[in-house]
Design a protein around this ligand. Structure first.
Ligand code: 13P
Ligand code: SF4
Length: 299
């Protein structure tokens, strides 16, 4: 029996659900019960009846699942799978920022630690940020963090002023505007699909901007396109290619080292030994749940 089959059997026996983000390795995506973007993973965690959630993603995603399901065991194949963007704003830094802007609403991207969420008024993902920010009271100024690129994109799309934290995702910041320019010249009929964590010089060249799920949705809705240029972590192309096998996807090589720390071997060991487990301090969890629940209610 191959490793994927052993994982499936173990998950079934333990009544565990395996969730995976689109940026996971192809073989991890294939073995998961459910794959999705950050928003879909949070929604799925909120409604699962499994006893164990194995989050094949990065640490903040497992924390979010634990906050939503405090009575369930939440596992992650590699506990050191972090996120440079989440690390760019600590709870102490956010506390000081809030103190210097006492009248502001705090809107945080889901790519943040549980401790940062505990200091947040409302969480957003790239899949619902525009929709949620448009619903916020107009008489309150907004602090948005930690991703300055997503923040700038929200301001441009909604016209809502926000003060931005100066953080970014090192993976999306690595995409080169010159490389994209050359790809566009070489494939003039291919639309460019980019994630809003990309820098402005990339987004300026994009035809479609959105979360991983939104980009996948566009791909599925346009099977007539012969070629498409994808500017986000390369893992999402696996699902795109499965959905549209006849489309030629073009991309610059770029993967998130944190996401790729989860392997089938670590997933098997994690299910077998029920470790590493992700826990959240109950006091932090009790505060953080409010801003996550607000997001789920408004999205
Ligand atoms: P989405 O899946 O919400 O688009 O997020 C991208 C990301 O960087 C997750 O870490
Ligand atoms: Fe974090 Fe960027 Fe990796 Fe997403 S792709 S987990 S934002 S470092």
């Amino acid at each position: 029996m191959d490793l994927s089959e052993q994982i499936r059997q173990l998950a079934h026996r333990k009544h565990a659900v395996i969730m995976g983000h689109y940026y996971q390795r192809d073989e991890v995506q294939e073995v998961a019960d459910f794959i999705g973007d950050s928003l879909a993973l949070a929604r799925q965690a909120a409604k699962t009846d499994a006893d164990i959630i194995v989050m094949c993603g990065v640490h903040f995603m497992a924390e979010t699942a634990k906050i939503l399901c405090p009575d369930k065991k939440v596992l992650i194949p590699d506990a050191t799978a972090g996120c440079s963007l989440a690390d760019s704003c600590t709870a102490d830094q956010l506390r000081r920022w809030k103190q210097s802007h006492p009248d502001h609403l705090v809107v945080s991207y889901v790519n943040t630690s549980a401790a940062v969420k505990a200091l947040t008024d409302i969480v957003v993902t790239s899949g619902n940020a525009l929709h949620i920010v448009q619903q916020l009271p107009t008489d309150r100024p907004i602090l948005f963090g930690p991703d300055r690129n997503l923040g700038r994109y929200i301001i441009e799309q909604t016209g809502r002023e926000m003060t931005l934290w100066d953080g970014c995702c090192h993976v999306h910041a690595r995409f080169s505007a010159d490389t994209l320019h050359r790809l566009r010249e070489r494939y003039p009929n291919a639309p460019v699909l980019a994630h809003p964590e990309c820098k402005q010089d990339i987004l300026d060249q994009a035809d479609v901007k959105g979360s991983t799920a939104a980009l996948l949705h566009y791909v599925k809705a346009h099977p007539e396109q012969k070629q498409m240029i994808i500017v986000t972590e390369n893992g999402v192309i696996h699902e795109m290619q499965k959905a549209c096998p006849d489309v030629e996807f073009i991309w610059e090589e770029n993967v998130c080292e944190y996401m790729r720390q989860n392997t089938l071997e670590k997933l098997y060991a994690c299910l077998r030994d029920e470790t590493p487990e992700v826990t959240v301090d109950p006091n932090i969890s009790a505060q953080a749940i409010t801003c996550i629940q607000r997001m789920l209610d408004l999205s």
